[in-house]
Design a protein around this ligand. Structure first.
Ligand SMILES: Cc1ncc(COP(=O)(O)O)c(C=O)c1O
Length: 413
């Protein structure tokens, strides 16, 4: 069969709805300066769906350095992959500063978090190794594991007993002369806001021989007394063998990094295909990331502001009887009961009549009768924004209970 004919018949789990949802639920355009209030379809909305945790995206210093670095270097420099011709003092300076901040010996910059994680897993493992990972892991972990030619096991999300069961099973199967064990989890799970049980997992190293890789995309900058992440928050940073984060969340930029022991980072530098065969990070991004890291480290107020908003939002939702699951981080899910049709109408009501823009997750990511709205508080929000949102949520939940969203079928957007 012709490949194109086939894909015309099967558009994929999300793509099948593209005609009804494109431009509104998917691929929406948020315009204007990144912040709590942005324009959607020409009208200002209160936005709760950007991972700009510290509000750095629009910090005047960040904007200045981004612009000056672009004017000085352009977007091309340095040309080529790091290994061949694309290295610079600035890349190495950013790596040194990240190592110091994350309390690791060395660091390697990555062009993107997703690609980076896939490639780290690919580089680290041979077919003799066994990988064990949390069942709710991000796609970058799952796709990295797809490249692995040896055995792989998942454990139920954050279930330490199940992890131990998998470790026992793996240890019995491994040939210790050629194979080892890698456990992968996340610092903060970005959908439900739970924390990976890093301290408990690290503790298991006393009983089992494995290395721990942590994706702390959401925790870096937001968690821990200095913002160094979820490992720091749990006093478990030393137990993390490889610490990974993207710059796409708190740092409000592009790129990522992996930190760990010197010898391991050197191995990754010479073996990660995503970096060896791709152009290095452009200079304006590296200089912009240096400025962001400086602000992140030296301006604790941004993190304090974030947590003020988190506490007000989550406290207010709980007080009003909303189910926000088991979050212990900034990520704020709100679980409501209802069908996919009701979810769509509820979100349209929130956007059009309350001017609140947030993301929604429905079946098959959550069970059929569950609507999960995900709110991302940031330092750029105000307590007035929180109050406005709480009152809107009280309103929509009454309408949902009164079956108001059931009656209408989804309008043409
Ligand atoms: C947990 C996690 N890991 C990795 C990534 C990918 O990072 P990037 O956007 O830099 O590719 C994301 C999303 O951005 C994420 O949420």
């Amino acid at each position: 069969m012709d490949i194109f004919e086939k894909i015309l018949m099967n558009r994929g789990p999300l793509g099948q709805h593209a005609k009804q949802v494109h431009g509104y639920f998917t691929f929406p355009k948020l315009e204007g300066e990144i912040g709590a209030r942005m324009k959607f379809r020409g009208k200002e909305k209160l936005v709760w769906s950007l991972n700009n945790y510290l509000g750095l995206a629009n910090h005047p210093e960040v904007r200045r350095v981004d612009a000056e670095a672009a004017a000085r270097f352009g977007l091309a420099a340095p040309m080529g992959a790091r290994m061949m011709s694309g290295n610079s003092d600035y890349h190495e300076q950013l790596e040194a500063e990240l190592s110091e901040f994350t309390h690791k010996e060395d660091t390697y910059l990555l062009n993107y978090g997703y690609q980076g994680m896939v490639s780290i897993i690919d580089a680290l493992l041979t077919r003799h190794d066994i990988v064990i990972y949390d069942s709710e892991s991000h796609a970058c972990i799952i796709d990295g594991v797809r490249l692995h030619q040896g055995k792989r096991y998942t454990y139920h999300h954050n279930d330490i007993n199940d992890l131990e069961k998998q470790l026992k099973r793996a240890q019995n199967l491994i040939d210790p002369k050629v194979g080892g064990l890698l456990v992968i989890t996340e610092g903060v799970f970005g959908m439900r806001g739970t924390q990976g049980k890093l301290a408990e997992i690290a503790e298991l190293k006393k009983k089992y021989d494995f290395r721990l890789l942590v994706d702390d995309a959401h925790g870096f900058g937001s968690m821990g007394p200095t913002g160094a992440g979820t490992g720091e928050a749990q006093g478990a940073q030393d137990g993390i063998d490889l610490y990974f984060s993207t710059f796409a969340k708190s740092m409000a930029s592009i790129g990522a990094f992996i930190s760990g022991d010197k010898q391991v980072i050197e191995f990754l530098k010479y073996n990660m295909r995503s970096q060896i065969f791709a152009k290095s990070l452009p200079m304006p991004l590296v200089l912009g990331d240096l400025k962001r890291l400086e602000l992140l480290r030296n301006t604790p107020k941004m993190r304090e502001d974030l947590w003020t908003i988190v506490d007000a939002l989550q406290g207010g939702l709980r007080q009003r009887g909303f189910n926000i699951g088991e979050t212990s981080t900034m990520v704020t899910p709100v679980f409501l009961g209802g069908s996919t049709n009701e979810a769509a109408n509820l979100i349209i009501d929130l956007r059009e009549n309350f001017d609140i823009f947030c993301s929604v997750v429905v079946y098959p990511v959550v069970p059929k009768d569950v609507i999960m709205i995900r709110l991302i508080p940031t330092a750029a929000h105000s307590l007035a924004d929180v109050e406005e949102t709480l009152s809107a949520f009280s309103n929509i939940s009454v309408k949902l209970k009164d079956k108001k969203y059931e009656l209408v079928s989804m309008p043409t957007l």
